[in-house]
Design a binder for this molecule. Sequence first.
Ligand code: B16
Ligand code: MG
Length: 213
Amino acid sequence: EVKGVIFDLDGVIADTAIVHHAAWKRLALEIGVAFDDAIGERIKGVDRRGSLDILLERAPHAYSEDEKEALASRKNEYYKQQIETFGPQNLLPGARHAVESVRRTGLKTALASASRNAPLLLERLGIAELFDYVVDANHISRAKPDPEIFLAAARGLGLEPSECIGVEDAAAGIASIHAAGMKAVGVGQAQALAEADLLLADVAAFDISLFTT
Ligand code: B16
Ligand code: MG
């Protein structure tokens, strides 16, 4: 029986996947690394440092640890510049309704975001109060596809993983949900989300009655 739904943030609730993508692309161009859609899909949902390591697989030369830190910070500055003006208008269509409908059904809601900017974004979007529990990258040590973040969210809700479902827009996130022992709903493009148990075009199509009846 499903008792809780754990939502990813970037690309599921907030229209920020495209902002992360653009920031990485800008950095890649600046350092002479080829950036295409395949790389864009691979880094989606992966934490900041993990994303950089994927990007640097194609770098023309090696970088020191300090240089890597500087590159990751530079990408984050590009990202933060863009979300400075974010507000409730940057929620993905249907996102608020999807979370509210879960709550109305009497189920618990949590957020599992790989982003260290998640607390800031939640405030900007005005949805912090919609979640019974929030886990972001500041609380965990192993990034998606490791199950840690979804397991922490289930624990925070006081539920067994088998009582939760996860909603994700990235392949790394679907893998994380499955490794946690939960059913996974994929939101977005079919090719990238082939492993999802249920695939939806967008979060507006999320309907909790699919899981409770
Ligand atoms: P930051 P999610 C993830 O958030 C993004 O999908 C991913 O593109 C980003 O690299 C990651 O957060 C880290 O973000 O640099 O802000 O800490 O999809 O798990 O909500
Ligand atoms: Mg995401």
